[in-house]
Write a protein that binds this ligand. Sequence first.
Ligand SMILES: [Cu+2]
Length: 146
Amino acid sequence: MTLLLALLACQGAPPAATSVVQVAPLPGVDPAPTALKLYTVTWKTDPRPLPLSTLFEIEATLTDAKGAPVEDAKVRIDARMPQHGHGMATRPEDDEGVCDAAGACTHPGGVYRTRGMKFHMPGEWSLRFDVDGPAGTDHLLVPVQL
Ligand SMILES: [Cu+2]
């Protein structure tokens, strides 16, 4: 029943493609510690401010507890609407970084990019960064109101 309600909740008329809703307050400006404080994530969207119903990408800079860039981690970025029980309609693509012939990849400067994200509904979104790096796995959840 919960699932049914969630589906029904998402069948409202889609917002006009031209509408751009300002996030308030605009998240991602300040460095945010991950849940276990193993890393710090500073991120921004392109375009900015974050658009509704428009593809966007995120550039995240990952640093360790001492503030040094972490170049050899894996960062996955995803988003859900927790009150509706669904995620994005698009499949985000995390950039592999710079890879050598053996397939080992690094992210110079600790910069990670994810493309193909879209918030297709207004409401409360939860942006999630999953980090798997040299200090261990950790994550960051950021509430985003559109
Ligand atoms: Cu929804």
